[in-house]
Write a protein that binds this ligand. Structure first.
Ligand code: FAD
Ligand code: DLZ
Ligand code: SF4
Length: 519
């Protein structure tokens, strides 16, 4: 461990997803008397089977951040993964630094996961000095604000939360308090199917410097069994680079973000999405600056309202709402399984080896980029897991592992709530269940598939079709009363008992094939 000359007043821990100088833990640091601790540890790198690109991105961003702090005059203690004295847990590294530096107190920003929050609570009892856990002020809705909004409401709906957030932050709001353009939500103008000849825009790619190359070597050696491919690696790893990515998105891509938000295409993982979540969640970008830049581009006439509003809604609405749900309902939330789903996660989620070209494609994007866009997460891998009745906790572990932007506070409610309906409708008022017809409409995946999206039973029938009807039939008692679902149950009833039995038997065949690894 480095020797630090001056006596230490406060030891300040910065976690891998807290790379923001505006956080009080850094902004209030006394450069002469405080020490900032950052540590790469096996416990964080292995608590799920993280994608190797996710680990490399975070370690490189952490190392660059530490360098920038040093250059700005802070005293930084950085523990590398292969430091022989590394205890390989965050608690161990805090204790080691406290023993070595004898600070008067320790401070940290509240962590983004319940697991670590609990560990820090326990540690505060074991430490010989006071341990201050500071609020994470990067979010646009504090825990208290969310509690105020949620109290006494029968149901918590993102749309109403979002409107309050728009007013709170004056985003796309007019002087009379109303929404710009007269409507709060322009989703109906989005969700266009892919037009013929749609091409994806150019994306930035950042050159690997010596720090990133050293991290890539380290990760390749330390995680030989890790999920996904490490190279090519072209993530932004500093705030400056992340800001370039944000500005490129706003100028070149945002104008069509709304229109093609739900489109999926073979070989095109990104399309018109921003790719900013990994940077935002790690602290390299701030949510408000992203929203303000989108609004400014709209006001300057560069971006249509449906695109700017859609983008702002994802960040100001969904992202903050999801975080509010996580902290309000943890720890019970993690065990929710309202639909009693109990199938094991099939191996093809890791290997991509399946004949379903939509799933194969989504998993190929995931393996290569540690990314797939929202509709692939929700309507391909999530939808399949919902229809096939995969165990929510196994699905949750998968989503938490495979994406560069995944931390439990944001991943868990998206997986259990939005994709799997395991929280009984807390996050989503209706299950996001869809047949092959939807996937065929919104993508070009079906053209290259062994299955036929227009067929429900018999040889070559798309598995999503029979599984979709079987899912609805299985959960009829729960969903038949949902105001948004009578139409689908009327269609099911018109099929008659023989056809229904045939479809359900076919769904069972698909589940057999899934268990046998032949789907
Ligand atoms: P864009 O489509 O460009 O959207 C802009 C920004 O809005 C994103 O960067 C993100 O910060 C925010 N956003 C959009 N939708 C959501 C949402 N539903 N919840 C929270 N923020 C949102 N997002 C994560 O950041 N981490 C996760 O671990 C994660 N897991 C998910 C798991 C499932 C099953 C599903 C259905 C969604 C998940 N999401 C997660 C939400 C969303 O899919 C990603 O935020 C998005 O795909 C990131 O890509 P992007 O930056 O290109 O997003
Ligand atoms: C995700 C992650 C990984 C892979 N490694 C580290 C690490 O070595 N050191 C660290 O401080 N943080 C890491 N993280 C991020 C933490 O897991 C994250 O801070 C918690 O999950 C809380 O959100
Ligand atoms: Fe997916 Fe079915 Fe289309 Fe194949 S036919 S790509 S399984 S939706």
């Amino acid at each position: 461990m480095n020797t630090v000359a001056q006596p230490v007043a406060t030891l300040r821990l910065v976690l891998g997803d807290q790379l923001s100088t505006r956080l009080a833990v850094i902004a209030q640091a006394d450069k002469a008397h405080d020490v900032i601790l950052m540590a790469e540890v096996m416990a964080e790198a292995t608590y799920v089977r993280h994608h190797v690109k996710k680990i490399a991105f975070l370690f490189s961003a952490m190392r660059h951040f530490a360098e920038a702090l040093r250059a700005a005059g802070y005293r930084v203690l950085y523990v590398a993964l292969n430091d022989p004295d590394n205890s390989q847990t965050l608690e161990g590294e805090i204790l080691r630094a406290v023993a070595h530096l004898s600070p008067a107190r320790v401070a940290v920003t509240e962590p983004g996961e319940w697991r670590l929050a609990q560990a820090f609570q326990a540690l505060s009892l074991a430490l010989p000095v006071p341990f201050d856990i500071l609020p994470d002020t990067r979010f646009l809705c504090s825990h208290a604000r969310f509690a105020r909004w949620a109290q006494d409401r029968k149901s918590l709906r993102m749309e109403f939360f979002y409107r309050e957030m728009r007013r709170d932050h004056g985003l796309l709001n007019e002087a009379n308090g109303g929404p710009t353009g007269g409507k709060w939500n322009y989703d109906a103008d989005n969700r266009k199917p892919p037009p013929r000849g749609l091409t994806a825009p150019r994306r930035l790619s950042f050159r690997k410097d010596a720090t990133t190359r050293a991290v890539l070597d380290l990760v390749a050696k330390a995680f030989p069994e890790g999920f996904g491919t490490l190279e090519p690696f072209h993530f932004a790893v500093t705030r400056t680079q992340a800001l370039r990515e944000l500005d490129h998105f706003i100028a070149e891509i945002l104008p069509r973000f709304g229109d093609f938000q739900d489109v999926m295409m073979t070989g095109e993982p990104y399309l018109y999405h921003s790719l900013l979540s990994a940077y935002l969640n790690a602290g390299l970008l701030y949510p408000l600056e992203m929203c303000r830049k989108a609004e400014a581009a709209f006001r300057a006439g560069h971006v249509p309202l449906n695109a700017a509003e859609g983008f702002i809604r994802q960040i100001l609405g969904w992202r903050e709402f999801i975080r509010g749900i996580y902290w309000r309902f943890m720890p019970d939330y993690a065990d929710k399984n309202a639909l009693a789903a109990c199938e094991d996660l099939p191996w093809f989620y890791w290997s991509g080896e399946t004949q379903m070209s939509c799933v194969r494609e989504a998993i190929a994007h995931t393996r290569e980029h540690a990314y797939s866009h929202h509709i692939q997460r929700l309507m391909i891998t999530g939808n399949f897991a919902l229809l096939a009745g995969l165990n929510p906790q196994q699905v949750h572990d998968w989503y938490l592992a495979v994406y560069a932007d995944a931390y439990e506070w944001v991943e868990l409610p998206n997986t259990l709530g939005m994709a799997l309906h395991a929280d009984d409708g807390l996050v989503a008022s209706k299950p996001y269940a869809a047949s092959g017809n939807y996937i065929n409409r919104m993508s070009n995946f079906c053209a290259g598939c062994a299955y036929d999206p227009k067929v429900t039973t018999g040889a070559g029938a798309c598995p999503f079709n029979a599984l979709y009807w079987d899912f609805l039939a299985r959960h009829r008692d729960r969903f038949a009363g949902n105001a948004r679902m009578p139409y689908v149950y009327a269609t099911w009833d018109r099929m008659g008992a023989d056809r229904q039995a045939e479809i359900r038997a076919h769904a069972e065949n698909h589940l057999h094939a899934m268990r046998a690894g032949t789907l």
